[in-house]
Design a protein around this ligand. Structure first.
Ligand code: GS8
Length: 220
C-alpha cells in the first residue's frame, strides 16, 4: 500500500518545525497543509486532534499521531531504515529523552514571557532564558550536535527555537550571543542542513508574527 502522510501545521510553530524536519530527514513524501490555528481550525484538525485541537498533527494512512515529540519518535520507528534520531543504547536514549523533556518544560513558557511581559517579570524571564540556554550549551559541550557527530533527536527538538531567537531578543531587549556563542554556532551549523533550512521560517517573519500576537492579545 502506498503511504499517505499528511502534516497539519502552522508555519511559526516550533513544534511543527520538529515534525517537518523529522519527515525531511527520513526522506518521507508528505502533504503539507497549513492551518489557521488562531481564527479558523479545519474540521480535519478538530477530528484528528479532538483532545488538544492543536497542530502539528501527523496523519499516517488516515490515523493521527499527536504531540510533536511523540511524532518524532513515531517517524524514527516507522522509517527506521534511514538516519536514526535516537541512539540504540538504552542509557544514551534515556539521556536524549531527558533533554527533550527539559526543552519542552522550559523553553516555550519562558520564551513567551520575553515578548508578553514587562518590568520585573520580563527581567527575570530574560535572565532565566539565558540560564536555560547556558545549561543546554553546557550539554552540547564541544560536540557539533547534541546527538554527537550526528544531527539527532535533541537537535530536532530544539532547533525550531533558533528561528525565534531574534524575536525574543528584540522584544525582550536582551542578547543571546555573548554568553551562548557555542549554541549560536550550533544553530548556524544546523541551518546548513536542507531539512532545517526548509522547515525554519525567516526570523524576520517570526518577528512580524510576534508583533501581530502582541496586538491580538493587547500587549503593549
Ligand atoms: C504543542 C502544540 C502547540 O502548542 C506539541 O505538539 O509539541 N505540546 C504540543 N500548538 C499550537 C501552535 S504552536 O504554539 C496550537 O496549535 N495552538 C492552537 C490552540 O491552542 O488552540
Amino acid at each position: 500500500m502506498a503511504e499517505e502522510v499528511i502534516l497539519l501545521n502552522f508555519w511559526p510553530s516550533m513544534f511543527g518545525m520538529r515534525t517537518m524536519i523529522a519527515l525531511e530527514e527520513k526522506g518521507v513524501n508528505y502533504e503539507y497543509r497549513e492551518e489557521d490555528v488562531i481564527n479558523n481550525k479545519s474540521p480535519l484538525l478538530l477530528e484528528m486532534n479532538p483532545i488538544h485541537k492543536k497542530i502539528p498533527v501527523l496523519i499516517h494512512n488516515g490515523k493521527p499521531v499527536c504531540e510533536s515529540i511523540i511524532q518524532i519518535q513515531y517517524i524514527d520507528e516507522v522509517w527506521s531504515d534511514k538516519n536514526p534520531f535516537l541512539p540504540t543504547d538504552s542509557y544514551q536514549r534515556a539521556q536524549a529523552l531527558f533533554w527533550a523533556d527539559f526543552i519542552e518544560k522550559k523553553l516555550f513558557v519562558c520564551g513567551r514571557k520575553t515578548w508578553a511581559t514587562k518590568g520585573e517579570e520580563l527581567e527575570a524571564a530574560t535572565k532565566e532564558y539565558i540560564e536555560i540556554l547556558k545549561t543546554l550549551q553546557c550539554e552540547l559541550g564541544d560536540k557539533p550536535y547534541f546527538g554527537g557527530d550526528k544531527f539527532g533527536f535533541v537537535d530536532i527538538v530544539l532547533i525550531g527555537y533558533y528561528s525565534w531567537f531574534p524575536a525574543y531578543q528584540k522584544f525582550g531587549n536582551f542578547s543571546i550571543e555573548p554568553e551562548c556563542s557555542k549554541l549560536m554556532a550550533w544553530g548556524k551549523r544546523c541551518m546548513q542542513r536542507a531539512s532545517v533550512a526548509k522547515a525554519l521560517p525567516d526570523s524576520e517573519r517570526v518577528v512580524g508574527y510576534v508583533l501581530q500576537l502582541k496586538k491580538f492579545y493587547g500587549i503593549k
